[in-house]
Design a protein around this ligand. Structure first.
Ligand code: BDR
Ligand code: CA
Length: 313
């Protein structure tokens, strides 16, 4: 049984990732915390609550966290990708959560759950890293309660928000640098280099839709999102970035990782929010400003797509 916390900004692919974890018999989902990102915090929190209600998991504690980046406010939001409400216009059609919008503070919830856990917990941040940076800054002793962070973010060969930066890291580069480079919590980074290769096609989405009412609703959530990928990639399907990371959190080893020293660029040039990976043959594990992180770069692509589909049906 994997003891798991998800920190998220739903987001269509976040909704898939949450569903995967919420319905897995292999997972003890201890908490879900929300952060600004794809849409604003009020909307990401509502969406997380409603996705949990859709999954019949109103028992899972939910905490709302950061509404903005740690240091520098900057434009964010991906409404063009995920829709005005973050869920392709479907948020209002999902079942309301029994607790309404009543949630506690994310960092307080994260700290309590980690503190009370008898065993280390896997934490899967699939949005900007602000809540996790705040947690590590405020409760450094709880690092030992984190088994590993499985983080969706970054791109070794360029970004999707800017030419250099991937969305989750670009939203809060200072937080990303703190979590990925300056702390020593074991981390797996699942970058867009891999998640784009795990894209699912129209046939996969039809199989999901035909699997039953839950599959039908999940497929409906992809309308705006799918159109975006259709337009940008010229491909009739979609990219479930966050579900790829949560698959690794649930089933350790489903992704193949390589240890690479990385740095997160917090400068204000064109590289802001990007990952600088030291892939020199002579790369030293103790290069100043860099930390070795396990980066997921390979998987059995069809096997992973089936794993996700099975988990959602
Ligand atoms: C990441 O950005 C968000 O739009 C997605 O939810 C995912 O977490 C991909 O770059
Ligand atoms: Ca996300």
């Amino acid at each position: 049984m994997v003891r798991l916390i998800i920190d998220t900004d739903p987001g269509v692919d976040d909704a898939f990732a949450l569903t995967l974890a919420a319905r897995s018999p292999e997972v003890d989902l201890l908490a879900v915390t929300t952060v600004f990102g794809n849409v604003g915090l009020a909307a990401t929190t509502r969406n997380a609550l409603r996705v949990l209600a859709l999954c019949g998991r109103e028992d899972v504690p939910v905490g709302a966290g950061a509404a903005r980046p740690l240091v520098y406010p900057q434009p964010f939001e991906a409404k063009a990708v995920h829709g005005e409400d973050g869920l392709s216009g479907r948020a209002g059609f999902l079942p309301p959560h029994a607790r309404g919008a009543e949630v506690e503070d994310a960092v307080t919830l994260l700290a309590r759950v980690l503190d009370e856990s008898p065993e280390p917990v896997t934490v899967a941040p699939i949005g900007p890293l602000t809540n996790i940076a705040l947690l590590l800054a405020a409760h450094p002793h709880l690092k030992q309660k984190i088994d590993r962070l499985v983080i969706m973010g970054g791109g070794l060969r360029g970004g999707n928000s800017t030419p250099a930066a991937e969305f989750n890291l670009w939203c809060d580069p200072e937080a990303a640098r703190r979590v990925l480079v300056e702390e020593d919590v074991p981390a797996v980074l699942v970058p867009i280099d891999l998640t784009y290769r795990c894209a699912v096609d129209g046939t996969w989405l039809t199989r999901l839709r035909e699997s039953g009412p839950l599959g039908e609703e999940l497929e409906a959530l992809t309308t705006v999102y799918r159109a975006h990928y259709n337009q940008s990639l010229g491909f009739d399907g979609t990219v479930l970035h966050d579900a790829v990371a949560v698959a690794e959190a649930i089933s350790p080893g489903i992704l193949t990782t390589t240890r690479v020293p990385i740095h997160v660029d917090t400068s204000f040039g064109q590289g802001r929010g990007s990952v600088i990976a030291d892939r020199r043959l002579t790369a030293a594990e103790d290069e100043p400003g860099f930390r070795p992180v396990d980066i997921a770069l390979e998987t059995d692509l069809d096997g992973l797509r089936e794993f996700i589909l099975d988990g959602l049906r």
